[in-house]
Design a protein around this ligand. Structure first.
Ligand code: D6G
Length: 827
């Protein structure tokens, strides 16, 4: 019988429910969805249609497991974890879901029968870019691990219609294009039209006294938008457990449309609808620099208000008293972006549930936990008081009351330090007043954690030192981690296979098992196999680069990779200065014995961040000069891969030899790219910063190239008066490089083009200490090149990096959060 006829499909589907479907029905399921869900002819479906149908077939399987998981959480009456984040960066779902469900082989077979390969079909997926970078990607690794550990958890965020912009490089410059990720359909999600919560902004607060003589506060007027839940499923690795990431989409509220209609203003009603729905329209593309815009504050409250209503709705089902709330719920704030949840819970408890303030506050500070992700002063979020009052008038009042009581306690605890009050106040006083969101988050949470040991110390010793003195018990460290399922098993299947062949599969859920690879590090046979896998990965990336950039690179060359957001503190500039240094050495002496290298860059710059975009342009200009200089040949190549995203990271990580983690010491809170590279066998060249320091402790200093100032040296130097010019004057190689840039060597058509970059270094203080670290970086780069010449030695180092990355699994991080902060266990 023809297997595409409705009768045949229905017959095959009737044989079992999706969770128990025998694998060979996957093909029938795909064809069924092509016809009935997508409305296409299933005789010869195209690749995109097959991808979508496969996604739907997998969603069928996921939803059953999700319902079973939800039932189990209800049955156990578990304490729930709510992970609130303005950003999630899940990456493509297809392979991840296939791996978690154990259906990779079946999918391959089914697709082969349909005339496709899994690679081709997976290539049809457009990843949801609902995050800027590390913070959002971390949230997604954490959801993966929460599911792996069967935690009773939820991710809550916003379903931006447009995620992080799509980056093109045109004439060497970044150009931004809208990321219309929903265009291809919503095959992974369920829209929950029955979970709509009203979210209210603006208006004014009316104070009144009720019959019992209580002072009451009611918000009047204002404008209401509906939040509609959209769920995406996050399966645990082969454990039948599925969590959901609930993302809110803004929908206009009917009542308000009607009020317009009643006055006959039809277009006004439509305009209002569009304005309302704008709230979830676009992700702010700024990493490490909040924008302070009204729409952004509305986004934050939109997430918080809808989520709090959802949490309370669920809590109410149990019919237990409010004082049980912290025993049943923990709300985790991923950075301060969702910190307005603290006054929102207070508002619910005090204004609506009529709890006394003290009781409400007691519940609040036992419910919230906060993770800080940055110490850059410009990245600490503050809101102009005026704007806050306009958008959230009642919340501002509540923040003032929290502050009044907090400062009262501080005054009692530290009577002899009058200046302290202003420094810890939730309100920054000055010509303009600001609400300090980090202070609110610390005061309102029972736990405050940093994301690497180094960063957590900086928090305690410097930026939040005074809070540490007030609440020492709240501060703790939880070093970041990454999921080994995506960042080894999925992105590097051949290496994963080689590992599994030798030590079994346990590492997938217990990454410390990779230690068992250590004895193989000396085996010539294993080294050879290891390097063969790596070389194949490098060949694949070379093919990709050739196809995308038209540049031919040597797979045997040292792949030196710097991919992450563009920010001056991440110092892509330092890297390119070194590239030019090597170029000059080759120009001087083509037989200088330079180890052939391919420098690969990737990353987006915030659209309004002039210097970061200018550095992208410089890199491309240098690349053009070097790649077209016949004297250089195969010795050096510089590649800028456009639109760095999770999908691209998955291609790059397995093919990297040297991983650039070179932020100015004290500025990168943790980093997680550093971990992804090392897990795939890259060797790090890096500074004493963030998680690099813990990586060094684990892999050993012979397996990581460390250089540069320590964070206290950076501070000392700054205090003593750092003069970048001294380095320019005393280091002739450096001087030559800077003179070439400012003299127009890389921009012959416009010799002044890059002058301001050099100016920022020489005449504007070189805030990120690029020149101070240049020489030690160049030396360490030489060590790296020398080490690369000794291929067996490199193989050993590479393997030991992988073998010793067990600690950096997000399963370990999540286990620590669950045990030490949240007090929850697996279901
Ligand atoms: C799933 C499973 C079902 C549960 C429901 C609860 O449909 O057993 O009752 O979720 O959803 P929430 O009310 O917790 O969002």
């Amino acid at each position: 019988m023809d297997s595409t006829t409705p009768e045949a499909l229905a017959g095959m589907r009737e044989t079992a429910s999706p969770a128990t479907l025998p694998a060979d029905t996957l093909k029938a399921d795909i064809l069924w969805h092509v016809l009935y869900s997508l409305g296409r002819d299933n005789e010869r479906p195209d690749r995109q249609t097959v991808f979508r149908a496969l996604a739907l077939a997998l969603r069928d399987r996921l939803v059953e497991k999700w319902i079973a998981s939800q039932r189990a959480i209800y049955a156990k009456s578990s304490k729930r974890v709510y992970y609130l984040s303005l950003e999630f960066l899940p990456g493509p779902f297809l392979r991840q879901n296939l791996i978690a469900l154990g259906l990779e082989k079946e999918a391959r077979d089914a697709l082969t029968e349909l005339g496709f390969t899994l690679d081709d079909v997976a290539g049809e997926e457009w990843e949801p870019g609902l995050g800027n970078g590390g913070l959002g990607r971390l949230a997604s690794c954490y959801l993966d691990s929460m599911a792996a550990l069967r935690l009773p958890a939820y991710g809550y965020g916003i379903r931006y219609a447009f995620g992080i912009f799509h980056q093109l490089i045109r004439d060497g410059q970044q150009v931004e294009r809208a990321d219309n990720w929903l265009r291809g359909g919503q095959h992974w999600e369920f829209e929950r039209t029955h979970y709509m919560h009203p979210v209210r902004f603006y208006g004014s607060v009316r104070e009144w006294v009720d019959e019992q003589g209580r002072l009451r506060h009611t918000l009047e007027g204002g404008s209401t938008v509906m939040a509609m839940a959209c769920d995406m499923f996050i399966p645990g690795y082969r454990n039948d457990y599925v969590l959901n990431m609930r993302l809110w989409a803004a929908k206009s509220s009917r009542e308000f449309e009607f009020s317009f209609f009643n006055t006959g203003d039809y277009i006004g009603a439509v305009e209002k609808k569009i304005r309302d729905e704008n709230i979830s329209m676009v992700l702010y593309p700024n990493d490490e620099a909040p924008e302070g815009k009204e729409l952004r504050l509305k986004q934050q409250f939109f997430l918080v208000s809808a989520t709090m209503q959802d949490i309370v709705r669920r809590f109410r089902k149990k019919g237990v008293a409010w004082d049980q709330f912290p025993r049943k719920n923990v709300i985790h704030l991923n950075e301060t972006h969702p910190a307005v949840a603290i006054p929102e819970l207070m508002r619910l408890l005090v204004d609506e549930e009529l709890l006394p303030w003290e009781e409400a506050w007691y519940i609040c500070v036992r419910t919230f936990a906060y993770t800080n992700h940055t110490v850059l002063p410009e990245a600490l979020e503050v809101w102009p008081e005026e704007l806050f009052r306009k958008v959230l008038p009642r919340h501002l009042q509540i923040i003032y009351e929290i502050n009044r009581r907090f400062l009262h306690d501080v005054r009692r605890q530290f009577p002899h330090d009058p200046g302290l009050l202003a420094r810890v106040s939730l309100i920054h006083e000055g010509e303009q007043r600001f609400v300090r969101m980090s202070h609110l988050a610390i005061v309102g949470s029972f736990s405050v954690n940093g994301v690497s040991a180094h960063h957590s110390n900086i928090i305690k010793e410097s930026i939040f030192n005074e809070f540490y003195k007030i609440f020492p018990e709240r501060f703790n460290n939880k070093t970041n981690g990454i999921t080994p399922r995506r960042w080894l098993r999925q992105c590097n299947p051949t290496l994963a296979w080689l590992i599994t062949e030798h030590i079994g599969t346990e590492w997938l859920t217990d990454l410390e098992q990779l230690k068992k690879l250590e004895p193989y590090a000396e085996s010539a046979g294993f080294q050879k196999a290891w390097m063969e896998v790596r070389l194949r990965n490098k060949q694949k990336l070379a093919e990709y680069i050739h196809a995308k950039n038209g540049i031919t690179i040597l797979p045997e060359s040292l792949y030196d990779v710097h991919v992450k957001r563009f920010h001056e503190y991440k110092r892509q500039l330092l890297n390119i200065l070194h590239v030019i240094t090597l170029y000059n050495r080759i120009r001087r002496d083509p037989d200088a014995g330079i180890v052939p290298r391919t420098f690969i860059f990737g990353g987006k710059a915030a659209p309004g961040y002039y210097m970061a975009k200018h550095i992208i342009q410089l890199i491309n200009a240098v690349g053009y000069t070097i790649n077209t200089d016949p004297r250089v040949g195969d010795m050096l190549k510089v590649v800028f891969l456009q639109n760095y995203c999770v999908t691209l990271a998955e291609r790059i990580m397995p093919a990297t030899d040297l991983s650039e983690q070179i932020s100015t010491a004290g500025m990168e809170a943790s980093g997680t790219g550093n971990m992804k590279f090392a897990l795939n066998g890259a060797i790090t060249i890096g500074t004493h910063d963030g998680a690099n320091i813990e990586m060094l402790e684990h892999v050993g200093d012979e397996n990581l190239f460390l250089f540069g100032l320590l964070s206290h040296e950076v501070e000392d130097l700054r205090r003593q008066g750092y003069n970048p010019r001294t380095f320019y004057e005393t280091d002739s190689e450096l001087r030559e490089v800077l003179d070439m840039i400012s003299g127009g060597y890389f921009s012959p058509g416009d010799p002044h083009m890059f002058r301001d970059i050099v100016e920022s270094l020489l005449n504007h203080g070189d805030r990120y200490m690029v020149l101070a670290d240049f020489r030690s970086y160049a030396y360490r780069q030489q060590d790296a090149a020398r080490a690369y010449l000794d291929q067996p030695g490199w193989a050993r180092r590479s393997m030991l990096n992988t073998a010793r990355m067990g600690f950096f699994s997000s399963d370990r991080s999540m286990g620590e959060y669950a045990r030490d902060i949240w007090g929850v266990e697996g279901v």
